[in-house]
Design a protein around this ligand. Structure first.
Ligand SMILES: CC(C)(COP(=O)(O)OP(=O)(O)OC[C@H]1O[C@@H](n2cnc3c(N)ncnc32)[C@H](O)[C@@H]1OP(=O)(O)O)[C@@H](O)C(=O)NCCC(=O)NCCS
Length: 162
């Protein structure tokens, strides 16, 4: 993949756009997933998400997928299951754009709350969520596998009633 600087060189006219993902995006999603997460999802987990109660959003620089968000709708709640941006594309607003987009879509579809779990050590993601208005509402002890043992999850929530 091109380096971050060239990807975002405005003189190339590259623009970040968001679109729904389709199963043909899976190879690129898996590539990003393996570079982005210490404990990546398997292909089958992504395949299970191409169903009506899920929404999958991609962030693209021109035609190149650089990040995605996966959510599931349960009653009036939206559960953010995965948010990942390619390491070479981070720090340029793709994560924030994806998060704002999924919240806007949730509001448009009359959902009331967005919920997520995040590793307690994931300070970058926690900062993003807090800045976007999410609040910690609880913990799940030992929820995630970690390099040595297990790690707690913070449960975070954003109320989005109009
Ligand atoms: C979390 C993640 C999605 C953020 O994506 P990103 O495109 O780099 O984020 P953005 O550029 O949109 O930045 C959004 C906010 O995140 C925070 N942030 C981003 N990079 C940061 C860094 N290096 N240090 C601290 N905070 C940072 C800031 O609050 C930033 O807002 P600001 O630019 O107004 O200060 C990305 O780091 C990632 O994919 N991480 C690995 C997967 C992961 O942890 N997913 C979340 C699981 S719950």
């Amino acid at each position: 993949m091109q380096k971050r600087e060239s990807l975002y060189n405005s003189s190339l006219g590259l623009e970040l756009t968001l679109r729904p993902l389709v199963s043909e995006d899976l190879p690129r999603m898996l590539d990003i997933e393996h570079q982005g997460h210490s404990h990546p999802w398997a292909e089958g987990v992504f395949l299970d998400c191409f169903k009506p109660s899920y929404r999958l959003w991609g962030a693209c620089l021109d035609d190149l997928l650089v990040g995605y968000a996966v959510v599931t709708y349960i009653l009036d709640e939206v559960h953010l299951l995965n948010l990942c941006v390619h390491p070479d594309a981070r720090g340029h607003g793709a994560g924030k754009r994806l998060l704002r987009h999924l919240v806007a879509e949730a509001l448009r579809e009359s959902m009331n709350q967005v919920l997520l779990e995040v590793r307690q050590s994931n300070s970058v993601a926690c900062k993003l969520y807090r800045k976007e208005g999410f609040e910690e509402i609880g913990r799940r002890p030992q929820y995630y596998p970690a390099s040595s043992g297990r790690e707690d999850a913070r449960i975070m929530s954003l109320l989005i009633q109009p």
